[in-house]
Design a protein around this ligand. Sequence first.
Ligand code: 5RP
Length: 292
Amino acid sequence: MPEADSSKAPKNYHVDTPQKSEAFFLKGSNELDWGLKNRLANIFEPSSGRTVMLAFDHGYFQGPTTGLERIDIDIVPLAAYADTLMLTRGILRSSIPPTFNRGVVLRASGGPSILKELSNEQIALSMEEAIRLNAAAVAVQVFVGGEYESQSIHNLTRLVDEGNRYVIATLAVTAVGRELVRDAKYIRLATRICAELGATYVKTYYVDDFDTVAAACPVPIVIAGGKKQPELDALRMAHNAVQQGACGVDMGRNIFQSENPIAMIQAVRKVVHENATPEEGFDHFQSLCAKG
Ligand code: 5RP
């Protein structure tokens, strides 16, 4: 039992100071449960309201992707510079030191390999397992317009239901099939469907008129990096996305396939968190490269 409070000092209830009640920093997230907000604050940096997620879950459908042959050698040294890791549970358990203490976003859908119809995914992770692995969010691919569109949307809604029960965020990833045009009209459709059906946040591609995509989506959006581009172009894409309303990036190949991944992730951070111009980000990249 604690000792009784026997202090004779007058208590101070600050009766003239109203209790602070601040809005949560992420768009569309104010009504979420405390636990979910706490997890989101481990994905997004509260001071900038943005995130640099490092995506390296590509192996779940395409095996040892270029740049991901050895996660222990290629990726673990980058983890210290990422706000969040997006990966599979197999890689988390086998290769990531448990001392990593920022956000973990676990791939939760899968099934077909690149040899098959990719939209035919099922849920591939239980919420119990996500909790066991201390995940902040689970990620599910949504194939709007794809052959298995409804099935993938059903995967999303089931994970949202389970995630809301255990306050784990759900990241909906809009997947673009080979046959679909990647333009603002399509991306607005896909991202809005994900948000309407309960995704906590959405990952999609940067396109022209991205400001209309961000405006029409009531929850945070992060952009995928996509295919490897020259570093300055990738920094320009990240800059344009955050200036037009994205809450950060979930970047893979443009970081881990860079000639200097550690310099590149730091340059991306400068653009995302410090509003650096693409040129300033690229200067930072070059000076880090020069230092070796
Ligand atoms: C797989 C994914 C990947 O995580 C994603 O595409 C991110 O990586 P990249 O920046 O290399 O596009 O969601 O479907």
